[in-house]
Design a protein around this ligand. Structure first.
Ligand SMILES: Cc1cc2nc3c(=O)[nH]c(=O)nc-3n(C[C@H](O)[C@H](O)[C@H](O)COP(=O)(O)OP(=O)(O)OC[C@H]3O[C@@H](n4cnc5c(N)ncnc54)[C@H](O)[C@@H]3O)c2cc1C
Length: 442
């Protein structure tokens, strides 16, 4: 480090990495942000892309653009596949090595299929823009195929959407699919009644949104049922095949399955040679560094750390942002000869949206439901959207969708072969219509 400016390498330009980089901007260190994608995604709004309210460009921004004002920050497109702590280097997929004085790993998490990774093709999860566009394609195609069957073959059948997992993403997805079926698409389809589409949410535990107070979980369930979603509690999906899922002893036919449960932290964590939890999150020290190397930090969804009351710091964006900022401050403090401070999560409350004018929010001891909670959710999410242009575009689209119940991003896009795959998948669902075990009514 002598003479040269210290170099901080940040893996991941998500919430944790970006907030760390911003806190190091214009400081005495050089920063390199490495991400395998060129853009930062505002994940809390991914479900709105998956359900055709917003376009991908409205919830994402090039990382290079976000950080373009800071001369001490460089952005590199690449995937970090390994860390070499002894030589203080991060190794990229093509073998290129990037040296660091400090390393901040913020590579996030994906869904876990609990050892059944083959389910992903049939039941995509929602994590990236590609996932959102794929789910949008499947949802919109399901309606198109049903219309085609009804019009060309006079064959009417129930459209079934299954969402697995009653956490915030599952609840948002189920509510949004019910919303588009009942509202946005209703007038555009002539041979089918889109509002008859059946949306079912399966949750393994005895309530949805289990991190909220029980009365808010109950309210969320009621709000979902009010918009026509069937909520099945204590229901585990134990198998998934194209066009159907198994719940208990029953096979349930479905046109689209969305997977919204389980967490698998980036595999980079396990490669550090330190202890991880079952989900692959790294048990970090109080200052978020790893046990074996105080110059390597793991933050955000990849980190496992407890709050003062013994509960785990949740895998949410405010936690990742606060970890990023705290790590940056600790690095700068150490370079100034001051001690590092332990990370303390400042919980400002949580909220989850359920559909048009429907949400729940828990802020300290205050609990909100329905329209007020939805307004709070809406303004908070627009406030945190990166980039003024995005905020304006998103506000305009939401306002339009709210007034007209229209959806502006309803294009089915993709290469012909992808479209063909999706159609084949749907055909598997349709060909099962007559199966005797099925609960589906045709
Ligand atoms: C659908 C969905 C909805 C959500 N809704 C909410 C919500 O409403 N409120 C809330 O607070 N939180 C929400 N979350 C959780 C929140 O988004 C995460 O907690 C947060 O993004 C974690 O930040 P992170 O920096 O750890 O990881 P991420 O934001 O996931 O960023 C990880 C980054 O690392 C990059 N990367 C991964 N691996 C590598 C590699 N090997 N090399 C280089 N780059 C790599 C990725 O491309 C990505 O840019 C939601 C998450 C999802 C998926």
């Amino acid at each position: 480090m002598a003479g040269a400016r210290p170099k901080v390498v940040i893996v991941g330009g998500g919430f944790g990495g970006l907030w760390a980089a911003k806190a190091l901007a214009k400081s005495k260190v050089d920063v390199v942000v490495i991400d395998r994608q060129n853009h930062h995604v505002f994940q809390p709004l991914l479900y709105q892309v998956a359900t055709a309210v917003l376009s991908p460009g409205e919830i994402a921004q090039p990382i290079r653009r976000i950080l373009h004002n800071y001369k001490n920050i460089e952005v590199v497109l690449g995937e970090v596949v390994e860390v070499d702590p002894a030589n203080k280097q991060a190794v990229l997929g093509d073998g290129v090595r990037v040296s660091f004085d400090y390393l901040i790993i913020a590579a996030g998490a994906r869904h876990s299929y609990f050892g059944h990774d083959d389910w992903e093709t049939s039941a995509p999860g929602l994590k990236t823009l590609d996932d959102a566009v794929e789910i949008r394609r499947r949802v919109l195609l399901a309606f198109e195929m049903a219309e085609r069957d009804a019009y060309l073959q006079n064959r009417k059948r129930q459209l079934n959407f299954v969402v697995v997992g009653g956490g915030p993403t599952g609840v948002e997805m189920a509510g949004a699919i019910a919303d588009i079926a009942r509202q946005a698409l209703a007038k555009d389809f002539k041979a089918i009644r889109t509002a008859d589409a059946h949306v079912v949410l399966y949750e393994g535990s005895d309530r949805i949104l289990g991190t909220f107070a029980p009365e808010l979980s109950d309210s969320a369930k009621q709000q979902l049922e009010d918009i026509g979603v069937e909520v099945q509690l204590k229901s585990f999906v134990s198998e998934i095949e194209p066009g159907r899922v198994k719940v208990g002893e029953d096979w349930i036919d479905c046109d689209v399955v969305v997977w919204a449960t389980g967490v698998a932290a980036s595999s980079l964590g396990k490669k550090l040679g330190v202890e991880t939890d079952k989900a692959g999150r790294v048990f970090v020290e109080p200052d978020l560094s790893i046990k074996t190397n105080k110059d390597i930090f793991v933050i955000g969804d990849m980190a496992s750390i407890k709050q003062a009351d013994g509960t785990p710091v949740p895998g949410v964006s405010p936690a990742a942002m606060q970890m990023g900022e705290q790590t940056a401050k600790n690095i700068l403090a150490e370079l100034d000869g001051r001690p590092r401070k332990p990370f303390e999560y400042n919980d400002k409350g949580t909220m989850a949206t359920i559909g048009r004018s429907k949400a729940i929010a828990e802020i300290g001891k205050f609990k909100f439901r329905g329209f007020i909670a939805w307004l709070m959710w809406l303004f908070l999410h627009v406030f945190f959207l990166i980039g003024f242009k995005n905020r304006l575009a998103v506000m305009t689209d939401w306002f339009w969708a709210y007034l007209t119940r229209e959806r502006s991003a309803r294009l089915i896009t993709g290469k012909a072969e992808h479209m063909h795959d999706a159609i084949e998948f749907l055909q598997a669902a349709r060909s099962r219509d007559t199966r005797s075990k099925s609960k589906t009514t045709v």
